[in-house]
Design a protein around this ligand. Structure first.
Ligand code: AMP
Length: 205
């Protein structure tokens, strides 16, 4: 495994669909010099390229289900390798949407170690469910609409979130790697809570 003191601090950002993690990820990237790797974007990119593993899992995504751990793990690994090669001065890495299951969390050290990264912890944005559904429905009516932004699929994504992803909170809590924050407020307010946690825990100068 890479020596943690010389490897790049890596966080993951966790929060249900609609919690604002995409916006916070942009702040972390632009203001803290992190690389941002979103598993959902990687998966959509692979689909657009006609990748055969992605196409085989496309039905799952369209139903709001998760794609198999091994499929997403390989895609995230390959994207991290590519992006790290292209950017030498990264202060840190932010994984967005990965890990999403305890199985993926257990794969983490193995995934990161040969890339010169070490996992610091999970940033957990907490937002009440009613507010999440309202935000997603609004997004479904706007220009940023995604194929999985209709009400039935939104409810299914919430259900899957609770079943598969809430156990991750317990997992990282037990490993003392869970940093929970209030995700309600303006993007600037939420970033004002996130930034000190990242700087301190990631030991950024
Ligand atoms: P997202 O953009 O993060 O909401 O992801 C959109 C969809 O991509 C999810 O509903 C899943 O079908 C798939 N996906 C993204 N990340 C993962 C992951 N870590 N594990 C399994 N499936 C994922």
């Amino acid at each position: 495994m890479a020596n943690a003191s010389h490897s790049i601090p890596t966080f993951s950002i966790l929060g249900p669909p609609g919690c604002g993690k995409g916006t916070q990820a942009e702040f972390i990237k632009s203001q803290l010099g992190f690389l941002h790797v979103s598993s959902g974007d990687i998966f959509r990119g692979a689909l657009a390229r006609g990748d055969e593993n992605a196409l085989a899992a496309q039905d799952l995504m369209q139903r709001g289900e998760l794609v198999p751990d091994e499929v997403i793990k390989k895609m995230v690994h390959d994207e991290l390798q590519r992006i790290l090669k292209a950017s030498e001065n990264a202060k840190g890495v932010l994984l967005d949407g990965f890990p999403r299951t305890v199985g993926q969390a257990e794969m983490m050290d193995d995934l990161l170690s040969d890339l010169g990264l070490h996992f610091v912890g999970m940033l957990n944005l907490q937002v009440p469910e009613a507010l999440l559904i309202e935000r997603l429905l609004k997004r479904g009516q706007g220009a940023e609409k995604r194929p999985d932004d209709n009400e039935d699929v939104i409810r299914e994504r919430m259900r899957v979130w609770k079943e598969k992803t809430y156990p991750l909170e317990e997992y990282y809590e037990a490993h003392k790697q869970l940093f929970s924050l209030d995700g309600v407020g303006s993007p600037d307010e939420v970033f004002g809570r996130l930034k000190p946690v990242i700087v301190e825990q990631g030991q950024l100068a």
